[in-house]
Design a protein around this ligand. Structure first.
Ligand SMILES: C[S@@+](CC[C@H](N)C(=O)[O-])C[C@H]1O[C@@H](n2cnc3c(N)ncnc32)[C@H](O)[C@@H]1O
Length: 236
């Protein structure tokens, strides 16, 4: 990922100057400017997860999460609120983002500009190009916050949750995007999709219902907008 912070193409010159700044006052302004972008995205963002921007960052900030994992990055849209949260928490708070294809590769393939992060974000960010399940199998540190938005097949997500179970406790938050995929919100989507489809089986919601049946020590609730964002927590 390119060094140099958040350079969104439509930033006002004054905002870009803030991003290039180094002192604390400027960094505070930077946070304010990104916060304003996230408010706008939460209000009327068109991307898959944009309307969850403030929810994601607020959960990280209020729970003072440090070890933050993102599965499924694409162009980096959901990485922004994760990194914003980590930056506000400060200390050891950091984001590890995992995807089988880098944001640069995906942006180039689609012909979309990538979101670039400056040093303020980059210092808290690590991108790992790897299959999410093989990445999870290598982890042995407790996870504070994990955002699951990679391959949405039922068996794939179910396997992720069973690995994550060993890495979380009752203070960790697991977020699953797309339990109400293709805009079925406020209803869960259990449509059975064929093998090879990204949502194969009953997709993310199918994985979630199977998981809580086998692991009854979990609770969850869902924010019913923007394809559904489920917050899952181990109770004991
Ligand atoms: C829905 S997009 C992620 C969207 C992103 N979270 C956002 O809010 O903009 C799904 C991503 O998962 C990645 N992906 C698909 N299968 C994967 C796997 N097995 N492991 C890791 N990433 C995978 C894809 O390359 C793609 O970038």
């Amino acid at each position: 990922m390119k060094k140099n912070l958040l350079k969104m193409k439509n930033l006002r010159p004054s905002t870009q100057a803030i991003l290039d700044g180094t002192n604390n006052a400027q960094k505070k302004d930077l946070n304010v400017s990104i916060y304003h972008q996230m408010v706008q995205k939460t209000l009327d963002g068109h991307g898959d997860t944009n309307q969850h921007s403030l929810t994601i960052s607020s959960l990280i900030i209020s729970n003072k999460c440090e070890n933050i994992i993102e599965l499924g990055v694409r162009f980096g849209d959901s990485t922004v609120p994760l990194l914003f949260g980590a930056t506000v928490v400060g200390g050891n708070s950091r984001v590890t983002s995992v995807d089988i294809e880098s944001p640069e590769e995906q942006a180039k393939r689609i012909g979309r500009p990538i979101i670039e992060f400056d040093d303020n974000f980059n210092s808290r960010w690590k991108f790992v190009k790897q299959d999410a399940i093989s990445f999870l199998k290598e982890q042995n540190s407790r996870i504070d916050f994990i955002f699951i938005d990679d391959w949405h097949g039922e068996n794939h997500v179910f396997e992720e949750l069973t690995i994550i179970d060993k890495l979380v406790d009752n203070t960790s938050l697991i977020l699953l995007h797309d339990t109400m995929y293709y805009g079925s919100h406020p209803h869960y989507n259990e449509t059975v999709m064929p093998e090879g489809h990204e949502f194969e089986g009953k997709g993310v919601y199918g994985a979630l219902t199977r998981f809580v049946e086998e692991y009854p020590n979990y609770e969850y609730c869902t924010i019913p907008i923007n394809h559904g964002l489920t917050i899952l927590r181990k109770v004991k």
